[in-house]
Ligand binder design. Structure first.
Ligand SMILES: *Cc1c(COP(=O)(O)O)cnc(C)c1O
Length: 368
């Protein structure tokens, strides 16, 4: 029998100049947060997305926290957040002392629903965080229109959407501030890492100051505000620069893998495949499917069956409103449905076509 290797849901790919740049850091001694790779990565990534400034930090979560802090979000403020997202989106709001206000997502894109955003706005609403879940862009125009009409700020959580586009423009270039994550399973990685992007020079400076203990950028060891140590190291940035050199390849591979999955799975009636609206270029960070209610196996059973064949998968996030720190007492039907029925399939850029084939054959066997 053919030997079946374990197929992980995600794995990083380092076949660029990562090692070379890393050993440059070690040999030169520049291993902390001062060094040429940090600046190079900030500028290069900002240019790639189409923003003027990038401020690199040690995680995507830190980037979210700094984005909100730089926008003066704090106690008494409300920030609208989708119910279906990784918890870091809401946690960052709570770090500032503000209140995350959860709203339901759209049934097809799984992203924050502009109509629900508008309904949730009141005099305390300061910002909305648009999360481009699994790489599909949010309905940016509708959200920006609401932000304009009510005078609230848009923050983009593009942690899962490097290279995705809304009407030909990269996501991460629409918000007052946007953030990306470079965790090990993201489109490109720095191990742990994140970045804030903005076009506003004052916000850029505020984020830089908050990243570095709140220290004055002109007067060393003078602190005007309480800040954080959220800096990215030159080592992380060295990996990031090498990954960024190959980002077009990563984006193409993700899209290719999605296309292979789609071709194979589109005729299975019991599956809902990820969408790509006419305004969207979806990077398909993780190829995530939902089982229809009539499907003969449950999501958890399918995951178990795949696992028994050496195929890793992961469930969609729990709806935030169901977990203790974020209880709302309100129901969000779309978020609940997607959370219960959704699973992400292996989506690493290194995934081979044969393995996509094998995964699809197994799914077909288990659910039809
Ligand atoms: C990964 C992720 C984050 C947090 O990024 P870290 O770098 O892991 O801190 C935030 N939001 C979303 C939607 C994510 O997927």
């Amino acid at each position: 029998m053919e030997k079946k290797a374990f197929i992980p849901v995600a794995e990083p790919v380092f076949d660029g100049r990562e090692l070379e740049y890393l050993s440059d850091c070690i040999k030169s001694g520049w291993i902390s947060s001062i060094g040429k790779y940090v600046t190079e990565f900030e500028q290069g990534f900002a240019r790639y997305i189409g923003c003027r400034y990038g401020v690199a930090v040690h995680t995507g979560t830190a980037a979210l926290h700094l984005a909100l802090a730089a926008l003066n979000v704090g106690p008494g403020d409300e920030v609208i957040v989708p119910d279906l997202t990784f918890a870091a989106t809401a946690n960052a709001v709570l770090y500032t002392g503000a209140k995350p206000v959860l709203v339901d997502v759209q049934e097809d894109t799984w992203n924050i629903d502009p109509q629900q955003v508008e309904k949730a706005i009141n005099e305390n609403t300061k910002a909305v965080i648009a999360v481009h879940l699994y790489g599909h862009p949010c309905d940016i125009e509708a959200i920006l229109d609401i932000c304009d009409r009510y005078g609230i700020m848009l923050v983009e959580d593009a942690a899962e959407a490097h290279g995705s586009e809304y009407r030909g423009k990269k996501v991460g270039s629409f918000g007052k501030i946007s953030i990306f994550s470079f965790f090990g399973n993201k489109v490109i990685t720095t191990g742990e890492g994140g970045i804030c992007l903005t076009d506003d020079p004052d916000l850029k400076q505020r984020i830089e100051q908050l990243r570095d203990h709140g220290m004055s950028t002109i007067k060393k060891y003078w602190h005007d505000v309480v800040g954080y140590n959220y800096r990215m190291t030159n080592l992380q940035a060295a990996v990031g620069v090498a990954q960024l050199e190959r980002i077009d390849w990563f984006v193409e591979r993700k899209r290719k893998i999605a296309e292979l999955y789609k071709n194979y799975l589109e005729n299975i009636g019991d599956l809902i495949l990820p969408t790509e609206k006419d305004y969207a270029k979806n990077v398909f960070w993780m190829f995530t499917i939902c089982l229809r209610e009539q499907c003969k196996v449950s999501r958890d059973e399918l995951m178990q069956l795949l696992k028994s064949e050496g195929v890793d998968s992961r469930p969609v996030f729990f709806p935030l409103h169901m977990m203790p720190p974020y209880y709302t007492g309100k129901a969000f039907p779309n978020s609940e449905k997607i959370s219960k029925a959704g699973l992400s399939l292996p989506s690493s850029a290194a995934l081979t076509e044969q393995n996509v084939d094998r995964i699809c054959r197994l799914i077909t066997r288990f659910i039809t």
